[in-house]
Write a protein that binds this ligand. Structure first.
Ligand code: AMP
Ligand code: MG
Length: 276
């Protein structure tokens, strides 16, 4: 049965994790395309990227708002390629990307949000997080890196932190790239088989894969507890890269279109100035 197509404008809503509900991750959902076919989607994505360029330019000029995009996924979920393919729309001047790794010695001597807060966007800018403070309730929870009494308080701390950012004119857009266990296997095999991808393979990722269900539960908790009205989570079906890029670009486009962006008013009368 062909799925009925969801209108482009309605996609973000369809992918939004409704605040206050219990979110469940199911593998078959990772390959959904909402009735869209690849050819039409590729055209729509190109259009979205062009529009994103314009919107970012105006946001930078306006200088009042910023956008933080949080990308989370299991290993092989496509965070890097989403950054390469979607965020290429943005002028590097005005866009930063931070990849959060295992915390350094110095970072560990601070609270878990310290290294995060330093990387949030300034007014006018876009910041992309490749992994984020959510690792502190994902890998940290599953691997028991801190006691439950510590990580269990972090959901509320994260919600407070994000709501503070939103209140200070930052759009917080949280994107979970959902791939199936089968697709992860395929991508790991590809990493092993292709010389140019071997550097991305981390044998430690196999230990995480072995704990798929524990990670699923941790992701479900993070998305259920931290999808809020002001900073909702979006669960993007990411088995098909072309659909993933379409959905992410559509979501970002609509986020930016919601901002009341305007060109700054010049402090001079342009008509009264003659360049000789
Ligand atoms: P990658 O993104 O593939 O370069 O891998 C980065 C690694 O750092 C992943 O295994 C993450 O789980 C890990 N990582 C990121 N943040 C944290 C954190 N707060 N605590 C522990 N491990 C982390
Ligand atoms: Mg990795």
């Amino acid at each position: 049965m062909a799925a009925r197509r969801i209108a482009r404008r309605d996609l973000p809503d369809a992918l939004r994790v409704a605040p206050g509900t219990r979110f469940r991750l199911r593998d078959p959902e990772a390959s959904r395309t909402f009735g869209w076919a690849r050819e039409e989607v590729e055209l729509a994505t190109r259009e979205n990227l062009a529009r994103l360029s314009e919107l970012q330019y105006k946001m930078f000029a306006d200088g009042r708002f910023s956008m933080l995009v949080v990308l989370q996924a299991i290993d092989g979920g496509g965070k890097d390629s989403t950054i390469r393919r979607v965020f290429s729309a943005f002028n590097p001047q005005g866009c930063s990307v931070t990849a959060f790794k295992v915390p350094s010695e110095e970072e560990r001597r601070h609270d878990f949000l310290w290294r995060i807060h330093r990387r949030v966007p300034a007014r006018g800018e876009v910041a992309v997080f490749n992994r984020s403070h959510y690792e502190d309730v994902l890998v940290v929870r599953v691997e028991n890196l801190v006691p439950e009494a510590v990580w269990s308080r972090r959901y509320a701390q994260i919600n407070d932190f994000e709501s503070m950012l939103v209140a200070n004119d930052t759009r917080v857009v949280k994107v979970f790239l959902q791939i199936s266990r089968e697709e992860q296997k395929r991508r790991f095999e590809e990493r092993l088989a292709e010389r140019s991808k071997q550097w991305k393979f981390d044998p430690g990722d196999l230990d995480k894969r072995a704990r798929w269900d524990d990670y699923r539960v941790a992701f479900e908790a993070a998305l259920s507890r931290c999808s809020t009205e002001s900073a909702p989570w979006y669960a993007i079906p990411a088995d098909r890269k072309w659909f993933r890029d379409f959905a992410v670009s559509q979501l970002l486009r609509q986020e930016l279109e919601r901002l009341p962006l305007r060109w700054p008013k010049p402090a001079f009368d342009a008509r009264g100035i003659r360049i000789v």
